[in-house]
Design a protein around this ligand. Structure first.
Ligand code: ZN
Ligand code: ZN
Length: 398
């Protein structure tokens, strides 16, 4: 038996969580996530079994809490994803852990990070066109094969997940980490691989201007990837909190901007014209070449579409929720690009592990919690920006 945080969905709870977090009445929104309507519970359960050859048990050393996890817990994530999950599951896909079984070329006891996508190789199905071409995050077989439906470890009933004392992973998901890379940095490898991938989803022309909307984990790591892997010119970061603004400057932001001043500030630096519609936010004619939406909110996406020049690109890096007015997309002939997990046949992860070792990321994993203090951990993660934290993680062995 192992200790685990299990997610159970019932439509009633889902709607209750959604309406409570939407009203924001009777306390801060975050208080609701871990309250009575939370779909999480801490239980002792059977450790997941190895599904077959090429799998190992993994004991997590640290497991991050992702914005997509918070979206799930508040009922803000889209029901679109529900066929790609199987219940009950254990969340947790940002993991540094230790393998417990020997794999070819990876003896048991290896410290690893994990690409959470449960694609064809792990599922034992013939490779789909995406897996065959190194784009495992686009896998078409995510609901079939020898394990239950689940787009990732952390949404599949059979594998377990990082918010527990043990789960199972396929060799193809695992990357050994160098001894000198501390756990507090290694646990950032998964979100960093996603940031590397999102930057590679667009052609960032040398000297072009970019804006990053949001300076939580996704926004800051996207800034790092942009500076390290492209020849981007000016990068403006829209950041709400003082510590986020400081971190963005340390990672090479040209300027940091408060959200309510974003459109005006970008009008100035890009010499654009600003217009005010009868209803809705201001927008620019002119503007930046590319915007990265890193908040996972519809207002971040709406702002991105209003800041980008004609023919420019908006990259959706945060898991979206809610609809937006697509008129700028049509009128300005914008490109809207999705970026999900990592790709490039593992190259994104290799770059992420390298950058996790060299970039100024000290203090990014602010606080770690034992599983037993999960309510505090979730509340902290939901309010991380205001509390001066970038990433909150579980330390499941504690
Ligand atoms: Zn994530
Ligand atoms: Zn596939």
């Amino acid at each position: 038996m192992i200790l685990a945080l299990e997610y159970h969905r019932s439509p009633g709870r889902f709607i209750a969580a959604r309406s409570l977090t939407a009203t924001k009445l009777g306390g801060r929104m975050s208080g609701m996530i871990a309250g009575n309507v939370s779909p999480l519970r801490l239980i002792n359960r059977q450790a997941p079994e190895l599904p077959g050859e090429g799998w190992t048990r993994v004991t997590p050393r640290l497991s991050g809490i992702c914005g997509s996890d918070l979206g799930l817990l508040t009922g803000r994530s889209s029901p679109y994803l529900s066929p790609m999950t199987s219940m009950p599951f254990v969340p947790g896909h940002e993991v540094v852990g230790e393998t417990q079984d020997d794999l070819p070329g990876m003896p048991k006891g290896t410290r690893v990070v994990m690409d959470p996508v449960l694609s064809c190789v792990a599922r034992g199905t013939p490779e789909c066109r995406w897996c065959a071409s190194g784009h495992q995050s686009r896998c078409d077989h995510i609901t079939t094969g020898r394990i239950s439906a689940g787009l990732q470890t952390g949404s599949c009933a059979d594998t377990g997940g990082g918010w527990s004392r043990q789960f199972v992973a396929h060799a193809s998901q695992l990357h050994a980490v160098p001894d000198e890379l501390p756990d507090e940095r290694a646990v950032l490898a998964e979100p960093l691989a996603c940031a590397v991938h999102s930057v590679r989803r667009v052609k960032v022309a040398p000297g072009s201007t970019a804006v990053i909307i949001g300076a939580g984990t996704v926004g800051l790591l996207t800034l790092l990837a942009l500076r390290e892997l492209t020849e981007v010119g000016a990068v403006y970061v829209v950041a709400k909190h003082g510590h986020q603004q400081e971190k963005a400057k340390a990672l090479g932001a040209t300027a940091v901007i408060e959200p309510r001043k974003a459109i005006r500030a970008l009008r100035r630096v890009t010499a654009a014209r600003m217009h005010t519609p009868e209803i809705g936010g201001d927008f620019l004619l002119g503007g930046v070449d590319v915007a990265f939406e890193c908040t996972g909110g519809s207002s971040g996406l709406d702002t991105s579409l209003r800041l980008v020049r004609a023919g420019g690109t908006v990259v959706v890096s945060g898991m979206p929720n809610g609809g937006v007015d697509l008129t700028p997309l049509w009128y300005r002939e914008l490109e809207l690009v999705g970026a999900y997990c990592s790709g490039a046949d593992g190259a994104d992860f290799a770059d992420a592990i390298r950058l996790a070792g060299t970039a100024p990321l000290d203090g990014y994993v602010g606080t770690t919690y034992p599983l037993a203090r999960w309510r505090e951990a979730i509340n902290h993660a939901a309010d991380a920006g205001r509390l001066g934290t970038v990433k909150v993680a579980f330390d499941p062995a504690r």
